[in-house]
Design a protein around this ligand. Structure first.
Ligand code: BTN
Length: 248
């Protein structure tokens, strides 16, 4: 694998998007930073973490054999890969909050220990950025209420071990999905995502991009990776973007 390590940068996603757009990075390139000063999250949020306290990396994917409508599965696929990798390598069970927060259990609370940011890089590529809080103790958390693998009882907090495990399962899931032409059902991805998703079956509020919000029960993730919310009277609304709050 082509893994490029930098000591410090603003955002590995911004760097890899730029390289890919200039044609200077091939599929499968991984860019990882020991320290990230301007990490970005979904919905214009920031991703902050002290140097070497976690993993901050981006992977370049070019799923050209997959119809573009199905690329929406990439962040969900990445969530499944993180869940698989963490459970195998460090014995931490995670739950996925749609679309792509990685939750761990600390005491009796569900807390966010990881996040995924997928961004298009030109017409033929997607950069998938992954942030995982690894070693952080309670007093080191950048955001109150966040979690980390250490707080969730990981058997190891060696960042290299975690990175390898996540990359291995990402490669496996990606090949499987791509081999199935991006079909989420045929590749088993849809079922595995649903099984690991903490949002399904919950009562949620979805804050949609235009400012409107809907409340209801999250009942499914559809073929395009959208969360289907049943708002009552048989109305089901697919949500493709926005923020979801678990109500109970
Ligand atoms: C989110 O939770 O909204 C997504 C967070 C994604 C953070 C990672 S860290 C590595 C990569 N580079 C970035 O600037 N962001 C992603």
């Amino acid at each position: 694998r082509d893994v490029q390590v930098v000591q410090r940068t603003g955002s590995t996603n911004s760097d890899l998007v730029a390289l890919a757009t200039e044609g200077k990075a091939d599929e499968g390139v991984v860019l990882i930073a020991e320290e990230q000063d301007a990490g970005r999250g979904r919905l214009d949020r920031q991703w902050t973490a002290p140097a070497r306290s976690g993993l901050f990396f981006s992977v370049l994917l070019k799923p050209t054999q997959v119809p573009v409508e199905r690329w929406g599965w990439l962040p969900l696929l990445t969530g499944v890969a993180i869940a698989t990798g963490l459970s195998r390598a460090v014995g931490v069970d995670t739950a996925l909050k749609w679309p792509n927060d990685v939750l761990v259990t600390v005491g009796d609370e569900e807390r966010k220990a990881g996040g995924i940011l997928a961004e298009r890089a030109g017409t033929d590529a997607v950069v998938v950025g992954i942030g995982i809080n690894v070693t952080l103790r309670e007093d080191e958390l950048p955001v109150p209420g966040a979690g980390s693998l250490a707080l969730a009882g990981a058997v190891s907090t060696d960042r290299d071990t975690v990175l390898r495990a996540v990359l291995r399962s990402l490669e496996q899931w990606y090949e499987r999905w791509r081999g199935a032409g991006g079909d989420p059902a045929a590749s088993g991805l849809q079922e595995t995502y649903a099984a690991g998703c903490a949002t399904l079956g919950r009562s949620v509020r979805a804050e949609l991009p235009g400012g409107r919000s809907i409340t209801g029960e999250a009942v499914a993730v559809d073929g395009d990776g959208r969360l289907v919310v049943a708002t009552g009277d048989g109305v089901q609304e697919p949500v493709g973007a926005g923020d979801v709050v678990h109500l109970r």
